[in-house]
Design a protein around this ligand. Structure first.
Ligand SMILES: [Fe+2]
Length: 346
């Protein structure tokens, strides 16, 4: 078996492949690591056929949809998953065939209703059902401490003690453990009575994971994160540096139509000399009057350089093929002590 554990902060994802056939699967991919999965698969001569989420993640941004789409691979989750992009829903007792490898699906609800574990040979990919020295929490949407008790004590902990445990999260840099080690030493598994276990899970008082709202929104719907939108826009547009813009303004060789896409009050408080005001919120509806010549060179800026990137991506999409974004924004311009002009538009 070809096996790679990919570490991204506290997230663990996995690439498993069949040496004989070069077929592979990715388990719990994370959005920032897409190039890494592709690079690892290419390095090892693997073709990824299945992209699998062990459950609806509330604490990281899943790359399953993007990766599956890009590779023409199946996006696999348990049948209880709400995600519309899943095109292969599986259930307990079923198997994914990856070359000569067999990935056995166990439905293990508790952390979420759609949680599952995957067993491949002597390895168990436990998602967030069983972590090293901990368990998944049960206080997030569709969590259920009673169900987690059944999944752990009724199923996982009865498996072969030698089975290796590979979780979806690990915060102390441990690579893996075994079922036997978890039964013996996992502090959360020492209360073997159902009532005591459930009460302990209800009283963990954990703080909310960061980005929980955005992670649930995007992982459940297949929608994009704010960072994704910005990264896609940034990859689709060219930028100009503050230094270059300043040189052009000072050298009087400025052929740029400079657009300040902030709101009017921000513009009047101080803008780049010669810039025109066209707030981002009005851009699409006003371009025909404001920018009648689509062959003109346009430079857009905002306060931080993010909204202007989106604005330029929109302009390029509308046919303004010479639109560029300022690398940085008005804040960086002020901090660099370049000339700022206050007042209304001329
Ligand atoms: Fe989770």
């Amino acid at each position: 078996m070809v096996f790679e554990q990919i570490v991204s902060g506290g997230c663990r994802s996995y690439l498993v492949g069949c040496e004989e056939t070069c077929a592979a699967a990715v388990i719990d991919p994370e959005i920032s690591q897409i190039d890494r999965y592709l690079a690892l698969a290419a390095r090892d001569g693997l073709r990824i056929h299945h992209v699998i989420d062990t459950h609806t993640h509330a604490d990281h941004f899943s790359a399953t949809q993007q990766l599956a789409r890009r590779l023409g691979a199946s996006a696999v989750m348990h049948r209880e998953s709400p995600a519309p992009f899943v095109n292969m829903r599986v259930d307990d007792g079923e198997m994914l065939v990856v070359g000569r490898l067999r990935l056995q699906v166990m439905h293990t609800p508790g952390h979420t209703r759609d949680s599952m574990c995957l067993r491949i040979e002597d390895r168990l990919f436990t998602g967030d059902t069983l972590l090293i020295g901990a368990t998944g929490r049960t206080d997030l949407p569709s969590g259920d401490a009673e169900a987690l008790y059944d999944s752990l004590f009724g199923r996982l902990l009865r498996l072969d003690p030698e089975l290796s445990v590979f979780p979806a999260h690990e915060y102390k840099a441990r690579g893996h453990s075994t079922i036997g080690q978890e039964v013996a030493a996992n502090p959360r598994l020492q209360l073997r009575d159902r009532g005591a276990f459930v009460e302990m899970m209800h009283n963990l008082n954990l703080s909310m994971p960061t980005h929980v709202t955005e992670a649930l929104r995007t992982n459940m719907s297949g929608g994009k994160t704010t960072a994704q939108l910005l990264a896609e826009a940034a990859a689709a547009v060219p930028f100009m540096s503050l230094v270059e813009l300043n040189t052009r303004i000072e050298g009087s060789c400025n052929d740029l139509v400079m657009l300040d896409v902030r709101e009017r009050d921000a513009y009047e408080a101080g803008h780049i000399p010669g810039a025109r005001l066209l707030p981002r919120g009005q851009l699409e509806l006003r371009v025909n009057q404001e920018l009648p010549d689509p062959t003109r060179r346009i430079l857009a800026y905002c306060e931080l350089g993010l909204i202007s990137t989106l604005a330029v991506a929109t302009l390029r999409g509308m046919g303004f093929q010479r639109a560029v974004a300022l690398d940085g924004g008005m804040k960086a311009w002020r901090e660099a002590n370049y000339h700022v002009q206050a007042g209304k538009e001329p």
